[in-house]
Write a protein of this length. Structure first.
Lengths: 287, 324
């Protein structure tokens, strides 16, 4: 893929998911929670493009409604974890000393505990619900942002313009917001994009285990979980939510990779170098 | 040693790095409003630290004692809160490298306006107008358009002009310029010096440099530092034409003069500057000094002489002796 389509193709896919989630009530062919035992476990057909589940609910409608849960939880988790992580990382990097050491050691501890262990613990304490899934994911994932914010802040702290700003009487908070945050933000956004895909998977995993969104609310993870026992006889139950999950995560990760390459100075340098190399060739042709 | 009404008065300023290592060992300096004082010396003599101490910008681990009073305000040993009110408003600083001192991602006009946002209650549009005025006042043509440009779109001289307008934005009483022309082309250097001299008319300008040519161009008075002490101070012409301290004389001899090319090698000063923390008994310049005697084992004090200057040496060059 060339430079532009690397960004646009995943962007269009993610955009479609967002539209699908936003207009699910209009687009879904059926109510996702209507139980109709007469039509249980129907294979994909004209009226039920993705078939029906063990309770006769339309799988396509449930997958579409599940998109809402996935996107909402992932977005909220990224924002909450991102804001908390960036703030803590910046303060730790700016203040340094015992405070910085404390924050970064907590980061190490959280990152060293296996995700599911911590997630199960958090949900067990808070109880399973949509909000608690977000809280749980934020608690587990803020250290990723804290680390990059910390190292970027350390780098920026020693730069000339920060010293110059100090010399004009700027306070620490002022410098953090005006001079350090603009350096941290692009890096945090790239991390957030890559994390978004992971959050979709994590939400599905928690719901699969019954620790996430509670029935009858549809979530990709819970549809997968329901379909698991019929995997030999009703393949469509597990396949379609899995496919939806797979395509979204792939698109989001491609987006994250493209965003990272845009911000990576080494990659940017090769782009300009290519341009420089091209120039003498045209000059030769002209001569 | 001076009348109490002096505008800026530094007394016994010492900067240590703990464990008894002193990089600045008792600097006394005073200046009147409108005066330009050049602080001269080799790298590592403590001239930059002295300046940074006046703004409370010492590197971590360093601490200053003594006193520096600027128009009634003590600058040394103040807490962060008080320092923030001094920095930018009472004392401004121009750093050596204007490229790294400007935020590369922010238009220069906004960076000037930032100082006004910190120290004044001006509205956003008033700050923007004032930033353009400041840019005009430092001789930036087409200031309104330039204000919207990024630092990398400006030349080195223009960037340093922006830095100067940032330092002047809060109308400081003390302007510290730490080798502001070192990173610039020679032609631009002269323009920036002229600008600094003109804009610093009602402030004290503390000019830090190791370039004797620049000193002659800008300073009213010179203070020569060696190993954390001022060894000679006086009116610029007196010191440059008839240096009294052997170190000043040697320093001036090692500057090439296009009017009088040196036959053979350019003279250098034998030995090297004592390392930070290294203790030298008596006069710190003694190991490198051709005139040193046993008497130099007792440290000399800065003693005023009849030229209006002072020198810390037991065997100064006589006033009649030529510089070279």
């Amino acid at each position: 893929m060339n430079g532009r389509s690397r960004l646009t193709v995943p962007l269009v896919i993610v955009g479609l998911y967002v539209l699908l989630a936003a207009f699910a009530p209009l687009l879904a062919p059926d109510d996702p929670n209507t139980v109709a035992l007469a039509r249980r476990l129907l294979p994909p057909q004209a009226h039920h493009l993705m078939g029906t589940d063990a309770l006769g609910r339309d799988v396509l409608s449930r997958v579409m409604y599940g998109t809402r849960v996935s996107l909402l939880v992932a977005a909220a988790a990224v924002v909450v974890a991102g804001v908390a992580g960036v703030a803590l990382g910046m303060v730790a990097g700016w203040r340094g000393g015992w405070l910085g050491a404390l924050v970064m050691r907590i980061v190490d501890v959280v990152l060293s505990v296996p995700f599911f262990l911590l997630a199960v613990l958090v949900v067990a304490v808070l109880g399973p619900s949509l909000v608690n899934v977000v809280v749980c994911l934020a608690i587990v994932r803020w250290p990723r942002y804290a680390r990059v914010a910390y190292s970027t802040t350390l780098q920026t702290r020693g730069r000339g313009f920060v010293r110059a700003a100090t010399a004009t009487g700027a306070s620490g908070g002022w410098i953090l917001v005006r001079h350090v945050l603009p350096e941290v933000l692009p890096v945090a956004i790239v991390v957030g994009t890559l994390e978004f895909g992971l959050m979709v998977v994590y939400e599905a995993s928690l719901s699969f285990l019954g620790l996430g969104v509670q029935p009858p609310t549809a979530s990709w993870g819970s549809i997968l979980s329901d379909g698991q026992q019929y995997i030999a006889t009703a393949w469509w139950l597990a396949t379609f939510p899995g496919l939806a999950l797979f395509v979204l995560v792939l698109a989001v990760n491609l987006l994250g990779d493209a965003a990272r390459d845009r911000l990576d100075p080494a990659k940017r340098a090769t782009v300009t170098r290519r341009r420089v190399f091209r120039r003498p060739r045209t000059a030769e042709a002209a001569a | 040693m001076t009348e109490p009404a002096t505008f800026l008065r530094i007394r016994d300023l010492r900067i240590g790095f703990g464990s008894g290592h002193e990089a600045v060992r008792g600097v006394d300096l005073s200046a009147e409003r409108g005066e330009t004082v050049a602080l001269v010396g080799e790298s590592g003599c403590g001239k930059s630290l002295t300046a940074l101490a006046l703004l409370g910008l010492l590197p971590p681990g360093a601490s200053a004692t003594g006193s520096a009073v600027l128009d009634g305000t003590e600058l040394v040993g103040r807490d962060e809160r008080a320092l923030r009110r001094i920095r930018g408003a009472r004392a401004g600083m121009v750093f050596q490298d204007p490229m790294s001192s400007l935020n590369p991602t922010t238009p220069v006009g906004a960076q000037i306006a930032e100082v006004l946002a910190i120290h004044t209650r001006m509205s956003r549009s008033a700050r923007r107008r004032r930033a353009v005025e400041l840019m005009e006042s430092v001789g930036i043509p087409d200031a309104a358009a330039r204000a919207r440009q990024m630092p990398h779109q400006l030349s080195g001289g223009m960037r340093q002009r922006v830095m100067i307008s940032i330092a002047l934005a809060g109308r400081p009483d003390l302007l510290i310029a730490d080798e502001p022309t070192t990173a610039l082309d020679v032609t631009v250097q002269a323009q920036v010096l002229a600008l600094l001299r003109e804009r610093a008319r009602d402030t004290v300008l503390l000019f830090i440099t190791h370039d004797m040519g620049v000193v002659a161009e800008i300073a009213d008075r010179v203070a020569v530092m060696y190993a954390g002490r001022i060894v000679e101070t006086g009116p610029v012409r007196a010191v440059l034409d008839a240096p009294r301290h052997p170190y000043t004389a040697a320093l001036l001899r090692s500057v090439p003069d296009p009017d009088r090319p040196v036959a053979g090698e350019l003279p250098t000063i034998p030995g090297q500057v004592p390392a930070a923390g290294e203790r030298i008994e008596g006069c710190p310049f003694r190991p490198r000094c051709a005139r040193a005697t046993d008497r130099c084992l007792t440290p000399p004090d800065l003693t005023p002489d009849e030229t209006g200057g002072s020198v810390a040496c037991w065997h100064p060059h006589e006033l009649t002796e030529a510089a070279s």
